[in-house]
Every structure is written in structure tokens, then in C-alpha cells.
Design a protein around this ligand. Structure first.
Ligand SMILES: [Zn+2]
Ligand SMILES: [Zn+2]
Length: 140
């Protein structure tokens, strides 16, 4: 496979993903609205060990998920762009930071109960009013 690559807005941070992504979600929760400064976030779920920082440094902070787990959030300390969040063995890459974004279409939408009213959800794509189902919920 071609390794997916990406980086932050100012160019300081560069990264590479060395495994096939597990999933791509859109999330309409309040946290994703904050982090994107927009209506929803896009999360590319990858095995944590497949994320390789190739340039620059990341800064992290911690927050809590709705289910009470600790979420580590990594961002560029220069321009503030969020690169990924992680709550465990996988990383949730902020898909808008990828170099190649054309083929990205979310397989599911989460927290649609909080979506902006003008966002029209596509037919045939699973939608969840909250984050899915308990422990199996993806981590954004
Ligand atoms: Zn930056
Ligand atoms: Zn979210």
C-alpha cells in the first residue's frame, strides 16, 4: 500500500501511517465541534503503532470522554492543529490533516443527535445518535 502521509497547517508536523486504516468516521459530538472549529470531525482510526512522527514535535493534553476514559489529544504547538486523539491501542487521526483526502468517505456518523441542522446525512450510511454501544464505541 502507499503509506498515508499528513501534517499540520504550518508544516512543522509531518507524519506517516504504516498500516491499513481500520475505519473512517464522522463525529458530530461537541468535542469534535470544538476541535474542528466546525460542524463535525473526521476520524481515521489506525493501529497506534502505525503512526510515525516524521517531522516536528507534538504537544498533548488530556480530557475525558463521555464514557469516562482519558483521551490524549496531540496537536502542533506552533499552529494548534489537532493531529490525533487516542484513548487506547488505536489512534484517531484527524482526517483533514492527510495529504490525500479525495477518497475519504465516512463509513458511519456518530453523535448525530448533536449535528448541526443543515448537515444532511447520506443514505445507506449507519448513523448513531450517540457514540455507538458502550465499551465498543470508537474513540474520538
Ligand atoms: Zn503546525
Ligand atoms: Zn466526536
Amino acid at each position: 500500500m502507499n503509506r498515508m502521509q499528513g501534517g499540520c497547517q504550518c508544516g512543522q508536523v509531518r507524519y506517516e501511517i504504516s498500516a491499513e486504516p481500520v475505519a473512517l468516521y464522522a463525529c458530530h459530538c461537541r468535542d469534535c465541534q470544538y476541535q474542528s472549529g466546525s460542524a463535525f470531525g473526521m476520524s481515521l482510526i489506525v493501529p497506534g503503532a502505525s503512526f510515525h512522527l516524521r517531522g516536528g514535535t507534538l504537544k498533548t493534553f488530556e480530557t475525558s470522554t463521555a464514557s469516562g476514559r482519558t483521551k490524549h489529544c496531540a496537536f502542533c504547538p506552533e499552529c494548534g492543529v489537532r493531529i490525533y486523539n487516542t484513548t487506547g491501542s488505536h489512534k484517531s487521526i484527524k482526517a483533514g490533516t492527510l495529504d490525500e483526502r479525495g477518497g475519504l468517505a465516512p463509513q458511519a456518523h456518530y453523535w448525530t443527535g448533536r449535528k448541526q441542522p443543515w448537515v444532511v446525512l447520506p443514505d445507506g450510511v449507519p448513523c448513531f445518535a450517540q457514540d455507538g454501544s458502550g465499551e465498543r464505541a470508537p474513540s474520538f
